[in-house]
Every structure is written in C-alpha cells, then in structure tokens.
Write a protein that binds this ligand. Structure first.
Ligand SMILES: [Zn+2]
Length: 388
C-alpha cells in the first residue's frame, strides 16, 4: 500500500515535472526573445545615439550655457575613445572653463590645433560654430582617411564658450553685452573688460580704452582677467605643440592675420595671407560669401592685446581671427536660419588652414622630395663637403 502511494506520488511528480519543464522552456524562450530585443536596441543606440536620446541636439539653434555644457558631456560620452574634457581655468564668477580635446590617444607627444569661441559674449554665432566644428570632425574621422590622419598626428583643443559669464549675461540681461563680468577699478561703476584687448601683446597701446565703461576697456594691466589668464597659461605652457590658433568672432566676414598694431608685421605675413586667401576661396565656394583677408589695421581697425596677436608672438605660426557673418544687416543678432550656412562655409575655411598646418609639418611628400633632391645633389657632387 505504501509502495503504491509512493509510486503514485512519483508519477504525479513526474507529470508536474513535465508541466514545469514545458512552462520553463516557454519562459526561457520568452526571456531569450526579450534579450534579443534589448541587444538589438543597444546596437541601434550604439550606431545612432540619437535614437536613445528623446531630444536630438539642434546645431542650428542658439543654446544657453547650461545646454552647451550638457552637450559637451554628451559628446564625451558618445566618443570616449577620442574625446576628453579638460578644465583649464575659472571665470570671474567662478565658473569652470572647459575645452574638448579631440584626437586619437597614440601615446606619443602630439601637435595641436587651438580653437576658441565666445570670447565676446554677444557673438552667439561663434559658440554655434565651435559646436558644429566638433560635430563635423567627429563625423568625418570615421570615414575620411585625411581626418583620421590629422587626428592621429594632432589634437584639437576646442573651447565652445570662453567668456561664460558674459555669454550668460547676454542671454539673461543684456543681449549685446560684449565683455567679461569683472568689476571695474575702484570708483568705476561699470563692469567688464574686453578680453580681446587684455592679452599681453602690445597691451594698451592702440585701439583700446582706459575707460572701464567702454566696450574696448583693456583692463588694469596685461592679462588682468582670469579668462585671459586661463588661455595664456594653457596655450603658453604648450606653445611649441600648437601649429594653429583660431579664435572665432562675429561679425564682418573677415579673416584677420597678425598683427593688430600697424607698426608690426608678422615674419610669415606672406604665408598667413596666402593661406588665408585660399581659406577665403574655400568659404566662397560653399555659399558664395566673400570674406576679406588681411591684418586688422588694413581691413578693420588697429587694436592691441588680442589673443591672436599674443599667440603669434608666442611663436604659433598660423594665428587667425575669424569674423563670421554677416556684414551688418543683422550684426551680432544673426538669425538662426543663417547658422547652418555660416557654419558650413566657415568649416571649409578652417579646414583649409588646419590641413595646411598639418601637411606642412607631417607631409610625406615634402620629405620625399627633399630626400630625392639630396640624393641627386650627392650624385652630382655638389653637397656641402664637395663645394668649391
Ligand atoms: Zn569679437
């Protein structure tokens, strides 16, 4: 009897077991398809990050400071292999000034390209351009072998907004604010120094004002401002690495070469002009906009204490100021529908200068020609040791 009960129990267990195995199999299959779906979604996200982001970043709108900061973090998260964020200073109001460093980590000491935007608060198209530029080079390197080569040999240091305090002030208080936000000297009721008159380059000599209420107030002494100090220190301590220093402004459709002071001419002025004119042609080819190339006193007005002049005086060979669109119709308040064409054309101009800087330093063709020439000279017996 006990055995029968026992047998019945075993049969029942077996039946239950079969039912459990079947339902377990179904569950496993369900989990498996669920996992497949999750994996497919992850793959889709990796290929197209925007799919996972409910809000796609709009490069053709102007963005307030906090959105640009979120964008920087997003760019770093999307491209951890080539992008890092570097903090390199504080603004007067204690905001952290950051840049995006973009390039392959080769483990070697690399050459570098500098680009800063938004040194003047009201020139909103400039930060928009820095963001567009970053997106373009990060898209390009995946398929374009030239950009891959440049990102192996050089790092791009891009500061989307240098004058953060001023930029925020231009959003919240006064759209046409230009300077930073530091207080004037004792007895002066006005705030702000023109950061592009504050650098240590013939400081305070021409095209500036000593009146702290002026839009071109150059500060109490050279590099008195924390934002100018940050650039001076960061670039100054790596100056031999930088091939190129591009500082982005508006408006006027100009490519300005050093120097702002009419008494000084850059030692490579001809090269700066030649490369600048070719960049202007590259710009013109995109949407037919004319950019004028020249030293500031020749095509705009003389000035002193600019970051571009300071960079050239540090020995950085290719230093340019971009004055983006337009020619004065909208001025600093360039409508958003002009962001895209302005960025597209300026990108081609910047790319021309950067490619020139790269090829001059790294071009195998130039080295090959030199080596061939040397071989020919030896064969002809006209090298130094055989000279008559
Ligand atoms: Zn400017």
């Amino acid at each position: 009897m006990l055995n029968l009960v026992g047998l019945g129990f075993v049969v029942l267990l077996a039946a239950m077991g079969a039912a459990t195995v079947e339902s377990t199999l179904t569950t496993i299959l369900q989990i498996q398809s669920l996992l497949m779906l999750v994996l497919q979604l992850i793959a889709l996200c990796l290929m197209h990050f925007d799919v996972c982001n409910s809000v796609q970043y709009d490069y053709y709108k102007y963005h307030p400071m906090h959105e640009i900061q979120s964008w920087m973090a997003q760019i770093k998260n999307e491209h951890p292999d080539v992008v890092t964020i570097m903090d390199y200073g504080k603004t007067y109001e204690h905001r952290t000034i950051s840049l995006l460093k973009i390039g392959f980590d080769t483990g070697e000491k690399k050459k570098a390209i500098w680009m800063d935007c938004g040194i003047h608060a009201r020139e909103w198209i400039a930060p928009a351009f820095c963001q567009y530029f970053v997106r373009e080079i990060l898209n390009a390197y995946k398929t374009d072998s030239k950009m891959q080569e440049m990102m192996k040999n050089m790092d791009f240091y891009v500061t989307p907004v240098l004058n953060m305090d001023g930029y925020i002030y231009s959003w919240e208080e006064e759209r046409l604010w230009r300077k930073n936000r530091s207080p004037g000297p004792a007895g002066c009721a006005c705030n702000g120094t023109d950061l592009n008159r504050n650098f240590d380059a013939n400081w305070g000599t021409i095209g500036v004002s000593a009146d702290c209420c002026s839009n071109i107030y150059c500060g109490s002494h050279p590099v008195s401002e924390p934002e100018a100090q940050a650039v001076t220190y960061f670039v100054g301590t790596r100056k031999e690495d930088f091939l190129c220093f591009l500082t982005i402004h508006s408006y006027g459709q100009l490519l300005l070469v050093p120097y702002g002071h009419p008494n000084f001419t850059a030692s490579n002025y001809n090269e700066l002009m030649e490369v600048g004119l070719a960049a202007a042609e590259a710009i013109w080819k995109v949407h037919g906009k004319n950019y004028t190339v020249g030293a500031s006193p020749d095509v705009l007005y003389p000035n002193s204490g600019s970051s571009r002049d300071w960079a050239r005086m540090q020995g950085i060979p290719l230093a340019y100021t971009f004055e983006l669109r337009d020619n004065g119709t909208f001025g600093f308040e360039l409508p958003e529908n002009q962001i895209q064409p302005t960025c597209e054309e300026a990108y081609m101009g910047a790319l021309h200068i950067i490619t020139y800087a790269h090829d001059k330093t790294f071009s195998g063709a130039v080295a090959t020609v030199a080596a061939t020439l040397w071989t020919v000279l030896i064969a002809m017996g006209v090298t130094g040791s055989n000279s008559m």
